[in-house]
Design a protein around this ligand. Structure first.
Ligand code: CRA
Length: 735
């Protein structure tokens, strides 16, 4: 109803809704899966009527736009805030945030030592609110984003009037720098001072907001954890643990134990990665300089924690050093994950394998100390509203015609009803037509953006995600080269029997990640050769789609036949695009990693193409590479030789990609998994040739994807971690 009114209203004004929608920028607030997961969570929280807010930074420049020039990635700034009708500036909601300065201690009338954080500088946080409307409910939640500005307002008029023009503007600019740019790394932490400033600015403003709201209720402090639950989305906001302890101790005058009890019952911590380079550590001197009082509190948290560990495990000499929040390195470092664990009542991973891995590897000692009940799993999920209904309206319509309405959009298990129609001819025909139409739409986009003509009836093979060695786009492109060489070696008659394929890549490389940029360059260089080879024609096309983002994902994902989720086993915590692809009727080729394992459990192993070594074997294989002989797979060697011959242009550029595998220990096991990958891709070709079987697999898989709704996931957080129930709200008719 609302939509009809909207359409009619716009038409009256002389606009088409498609043109209006086109004007909207993607939010540039995140890097990859972490932020996209948070977006799904916000949609579920509102749709399920949970009273919950999201907090973040209002980055002036979010994730950069990617251009591909001569096959290389070039980063350009994205002015996404120039047109953003969805945000409401709240100049009435501001918080002063302090940095630097020193700590003075005094004694109060009860003989208690009181700390005063004094001096330094103040930066002002201004709230910008983004409403998050729920689906088919009147509930609307809020995403509050903080923007930094000078505490004195626009600029210091006093200084200005005194003729000190430069410094009045400089203060303003320095303050604005805090929320100016998003660090563009995915799964990598670099320890930059500005990043720490961003983290503290964000959590201090958010906590002030939360505490202010609680204090209005006039409840006693001990009720705080019953009224408030704060979920740490990875360790980036972990300073909130310290900040809340500081507020309770220094500003509200609570005793340490009482305050700490409130803190630990308030926070939950979600770990999203085991990659060592992503585990946050901040240098002690840096924290001392920027947040002197917080460093003292961190040391006290650590002292009391280590004392309790020592009392309980007096024999365990090395344990204290291993679990300490402070790493005794040069300089000393604060281990943020340890702080998050000690400061929270629950710790969870994001898929079963990942949650098991954190318990047996990086956080093993903490399981011994706190017991296994503190550690749990909440497998990630995706919102079916965006990732089915909005991205694939025809498929959503078809499903709704068979499941009896739109209930599946709020109860995704309803999808299992479509399994009854798996043999229904008309249903299957419509299913196939929808996929083809989605592929035709993507083919048009490929032509327009990459200039490559692709046949929509070919098998579309997609890998879209951040470019990272652990995600192994290099394995994919080496596999493509192997396919190309195999086709080249065939007679024209033999070639005719082969399954045509379009290999589609997309994803951003962090600007400082040189290897990832070389991977992009290799993909584009291979495309240039293969796409212009007349022997090959439509049998193989290789496309790199520039500037992968959510809007592009909505075109790409519904058009996929097979998508690649091929990380080295044990490295991808969950993955969420794997869920999006299957929900849109595409099959996947993947390793036994992250949520792929649970997707297999749900949809059945006949409906997924799994390959490669298992997580439990990775350590031994790496050890063997380093200390034994490392034989490169012969097919992969052929690929390397072809690259080294210069078939794809500059051999120098690609040398590092080869030597990472051949000479530097093949950390990501590209060679170990290559044979299995190639064989499994051949099975994909065979399966795709039997279209009837293929469609059966797709329908069956979609029918069994109910588990991966972010609604299920949010209900698990609410019940198992936050201890909250949804508000009772009159249900609205489905939109
Ligand atoms: N980079 C994981 O790598 C996971 C998402 C969301 C990641 C993904 O496998 O699906 O989180 N980890 O849980 C992360 O950001 C800091 O760690 C990701 O997106």
């Amino acid at each position: 109803m609302l939509i009809c009114n909207c359409l009619a209203g716009l038409a009256d004004l002389g606009f088409r809704i498609e043109d209006v929608i086109e004007q909207e920028h993607d939010a540039a607030l995140g890097n990859g899966g972490l932020g996209r997961l948070a977006a799904c969570f916000l949609d579920s929280l509102a749709s399920l009527n949970y009273p919950a807010w999201g907090y973040g930074l209002r980055y002036r420049y979010g994730i950069f736009k990617q251009e591909i020039i001569d096959g290389y990635q070039v980063e350009v700034p994205d002015y996404w805030l120039d047109f953003n009708p969805w945000e409401f500036p709240r100049h009435d909601v501001t918080v002063d945030i302090q940095f630097f300065g020193h700590v003075r201690k005094s004694t109060d009338e009860n003989g208690r030592t009181v700390a005063h954080w004094e001096g330094g500088e103040i930066v002002k946080a201004v709230a910008y609110d983004v409403p998050i409307p729920g689906y088919a409910t009147p509930s609307t939640n809020n995403l509050r984003l903080w923007s930094s500005t000078a505490a004195s307002g626009e600029f210091d008029f006093q200084k200005f009037n005194n003729g000190d023009y430069e410094s009045s503007v400089a203060d303003q600019q320095r303050a604005e720098t805090i929320s100016a740019v998003l660090y563009p790394n995915d799964n990598l932490e670099r320890g930059k001072e500005l990043r720490l400033k961003q983290q503290y600015f964000w959590v201090a403003a958010s906590l002030y907001d939360i505490v202010r709201r609680f204090k209005k209720s006039k409840r006693p402090w001990k009720e705080f954890p019953e009224q408030v639950a704060i979920q740490l989305n990875d360790t980036h906001p972990t300073l909130a643990v310290v900040e809340l302890q500081r507020i309770l101790l220094d500003l509200e005058g609570l005793e340490w134990d009482e305050a700490w009890n409130i803190v630990t019952n308030t926070f939950g911590y979600t770990n999203h990665t085991v990659l060592p380079e992503a585990l946050e550590k901040w240098s002690v001197p840096l924290i001392q300089h920027l947040l002197p009082r917080h460093l003292q509190i961190i040391y006290d948290i650590n002292l009391y924690f280590l004392q309790s560990v020592e009392r309980r495990f007096p024999e365990e000499r090395d344990l204290l050093g291993r679990v300490s929040i402070i790493e005794e390195s040069q300089p000393k470092m604060v281990r943020m994950a340890h702080l998050a664990i000690v400061g929270s009542h629950k710790v969870n991973g994001v898929a079963e394998l990942h949650s098991d891995l954190i318990k047996t590897t990086i956080f093993k000692d903490f399981v011994t100390i706190f017991g296994p009940d503190k550690f749990t799993n909440v497998t990630n999920g995706i919102t079916p509203r965006r990732w089915l209904h909005q991205a694939n309206p025809r498929l959503s319509e078809l499903i709704s015609s068979k499941t009896g309405g739109k209930d599946f959009l709020t109860d995704l298990n309803e999808l299992n009803k479509i399994e009854l129609y798996v043999k229904d001819k008309a249903f299957r025909k419509e299913w196939a037509d929808i996929k083809l139409a989605n592929k035709e739409r993507l083919a048009k986009h490929i032509k327009a953006s990459a200039g490559v003509t692709v046949d929509p009836t070919a098998l579309f093979d997609v890998q879209v995600k951040r470019i990272h060695e652990y995600k192994r786009q290099q394995l994919n492109i080496f596999g493509v080269i192997h396919r190309y060489l195999t086709l080249k070696a065939m007679s024209p008659e033999e070639r005719k029997k082969q399954q045509p394929r379009v290999s589609i890549f997309g994803g951003k490389a962090a600007p400082g990640y040189w290897m990832a940029k070389q991977i992009i360059h290799l993909i584009n260089s291979v495309g240039k050769v293969v796409n212009n080879d007349e022997d090959i024609g439509d049998l193989l096309k290789v496309v790199f789609l520039e500037d992968y983002n959510v809007s592009k994902a909505e075109i790409i994902i519904p058009a996929s036949d097979i998508s690649e989720h091929i990380s080295t086993a044990g490295t991808e915590a969950s993955g969420t695009s794997n869920m999006k692809f299957v929900l849109n009727g595409g099959l996947i080729i993947g390793t036994c990693d992250g949520a792929n394992i649970e997707i297999t459990r749900e949809i059945g192993e006949n409906n997924i193409f799994l390959f490669g070594n298992l997580a439990e074997d990775v350590e031994d294989l790496r050890h063997a590479h380093t200390y034994g002989t490392h034989e490169i797979d012969p097919d992969l060697n052929r690929v390397f030789q072809e690259i080294e011959k210069g078939t794809f242009g500059s051999t120098q550029d690609f040398a590092a990609l080869i030597s990472a595998v051949r000479d530097h220990g093949d950390y990501y096991l590209v060679s170990d998994d290559f044979h299995s990958y190639i064989e499994t891709q051949a099975l994909v070709d065979d399966a795709y040739r039997n279209q009837e079987e293929w469609i059966t697999k797709c329908i069956t898989s979609v029918a069994r994807m109910g588990f991966f709704s972010s609604d299920r996931c949010i209900n698990e957080y609410a019940e198992g971690i936050w201890n909250i129930e949804p508000l009772r709200v009159e249900k609205e008719e489905g939109a």
